[in-house]
Design a protein around this ligand. Structure first.
Ligand code: N01
Length: 495
């Protein structure tokens, strides 16, 4: 009889979170596999490869603290370089050897009797004592519910599913959305497309960018003196933290950002009518602040139009607006974001009482203690989970903090001979009350915009409303008193 493969832990996904988790577990001697639905590592940096895609957080910070890369070519790296970095890091630390590709987790159910997770994948079932989710909040493209979208006969794709085989040269293109993805795509394709119509529902706040090439001299210094790069990383961290404080405090700091952004648009958009269209009507930071020196100049080109009228229909060859405008296009790019507050993965996880995480969250909204653990889901550790989002700095910092917590938890389990740890409901209640109280004062909640930071009920279930340093302090060590520990068998031994 065939036995179901079992490992002490299973990690889901191979973005920064999954790769980081696999490295941390390996270093802690925990036997595990990594399940990846695609055929390559990289997560969001593999999937998002649209023209112009690059990170808007400086790479000296947007990388693992334990794997600096002295070879970054620019201060804000383009996507291919980040993907190469992730592949290289995954290979160097053996993650690729532990990864099973084409293994999407279709279902995961906690088995209370056996004290382990039962997973279903296209390659068959697996079990694992501990489940680490590194599937990421920005993984499931959100396709807008526009009447007639399915009748469009031209080429249409989401920004995260860019069709490399499709050439927009000489085409009439509609770009729907003006978020972080769109503002990178439009300047990249503007010189080639015959015409671009940008459909803007909400104008973003755009700040001047400070990207520049990193000289060969600087790189040679980083190669020879890694401490120099660590110093740069520190200084980037603290300057970003200052922006974070402005967003959280929602006070005077935002006025400085607003002045900068207003000066930027005034300098770059001479046409007063267009400028009025592009001027946001909410506080800066309420939605992600977007750095770009190329967005406004691209928008000002004669082959680009900005349409702010609501889209009411899509036909076989056109987009129709509420004011009766019909824009005939060859290609539609849906730069419309992701399912964040309604992550479909929550529907695939079944806890101790058989309910899915989506059902558990239906009443409360997404919430997890330290963005990591939830009651009724023993031995489940989420990375980049609820309220760990930060727009101003590197998510990799938050992920590394969570990894310290994970390793400390597994160490506690091993030392105490615990088969499982389960969060006490009252711990989550108190945690979430504090998060919501703090979030209510931030610009994300009260800045006068609607965004995916808030769920349908208006709760902030995504952003971390405090300093990232505090998050790191809170996650430094596992706190067993917040959990119920079940002692049935020791955590399966390591290698
Ligand atoms: O998605 P978004 P994104 N009709 O959700 C509009 C990360 N990221 O892919 O603002 C018309 O921000 C929507 O309008 P509105 C980063 O965390 C990072 O651009 O809701 N428009 C908005 O303009 C970022 O925050 C980098 O009114 C519709 C846009 O589509 C996250 O990914 C680079 C619509 C969606 O913007 C998501 O960014 C890129 C509809 N029905 C992305 N539905 C880095 O550099 C939606 N919209 C690190």
């Amino acid at each position: 009889m065939e036995t179901t493969p079992h490992t002490a832990a299973v990690v889901v996904g191979t973005g920064f979170a999954g790769i980081g988790a696999s490295i941390a577990l390996d270093q802690a001697g925990i036997d595990h596999v990594v399940l990846e639905r695609a055929g390559d590592v990289g997560g969001t940096w593999r999937d998002n490869h649209y023209p112009g895609c690059r990170c808007d957080v400086p790479s000296h910070l947007y990388s693992f603290s334990f794997a600096p890369n002295p070879e970054w070519s620019e201060t804000y790296s383009p996507q291919p370089e980040i993907l190469r970095y992730l592949r290289r890091t995954a290979e160097r630390y053996g993650v690729t050897d532990r990864t099973l590709y084409g293994h999407e987790v279709l279902d995961a159910a906690w088995d209370e009797r056996e004290q382990h997770w039962r997973l279903t994948t296209p390659a068959g079932p697996r079990t694992a004592q501990v489940l680490v989710l590194g599937n990421g909040p920005l993984a499931e493209p959100s396709i807008p519910d526009l009447p007639g979208l399915e009748t469009f006969e031209g080429t249409m794709f989401h920004s995260a599913q860019w069709r490399d085989d499709h050439d927009v040269r000489g085409e009439r293109v509609a770009v729907i959305g003006t978020g972080a993805s769109a503002i990178q795509i439009v300047p990249a394709i503007q010189p080639e497309a015959a015409h671009i119509t940008v459909f803007q529902r909400t104008a973003p706040w755009v700040l001047p960018h400070s990207n520049r090439r990193i000289t060969e001299f600087e790189r040679s210094v980083y190669r020879r003196f890694p401490a120099a790069q660590r110093l740069v990383r520190e200084s980037v961290y603290w300057s970003r933290e200052a922006v974070g404080a402005a967003l959280v405090r929602n006070g005077r700091g935002l006025r400085v950002l607003e002045r900068l952004a207003r000066r930027h648009i005034t300098r770059q958009v001479p046409d007063a009518e267009l400028r009025a269209k592009l001027m946001p009507d909410y506080r800066p930071g309420c939605k992600r602040l977007l750095p770009s020196d190329e967005w406004y100049p691209a928008i000002c080109q004669p082959n680009v139009d900005v349409v702010t009228e609501k889209i009411v229909a899509v036909g076989p060859d056109r987009v129709v607006t509420a004011e009766g405008r019909e824009v005939v296009v060859d290609t539609i790019v849906l730069a419309t974001g992701f399912h964040v507050t309604d992550n479909p993965v929550a529907r695939r996880l079944r806890g101790r009482d058989g309910r899915t995480l989506a059902e558990q969250w239906a009443e409360t909204g997404m919430q997890a203690y330290l963005g990591t653990t939830v009651p009724n889901f023993p031995n489940l550790f989420m990375l980049a989970g609820p309220n760990t989002g930060i727009g101003h700095t590197s998510l990799v910092f938050m992920i590394e903090a969570q990894l310290a917590y994970l390793v400390s938890a597994l160490d506690t389990m091993r030392r105490r001979g615990a088969a499982s740890v389960q969060l006490r409901p009252r711990v989550l209640e108190a945690w979430n009350a504090e998060i919501q109280r703090k979030a209510s004062r931030t610009v994300w909640n009260s800045g006068g915009c609607t965004s995916w930071y808030l769920d349908a009920a208006g709760r902030n279930t995504t952003m971390w409303p405090d300093s990232t340093l505090r998050f790191r302090r809170l996650t430094r060590r596992f706190d067993p008193e917040s959990y119920e520990l079940r002692a049935r068998a020791a955590l399966a031994p390591g290698r």
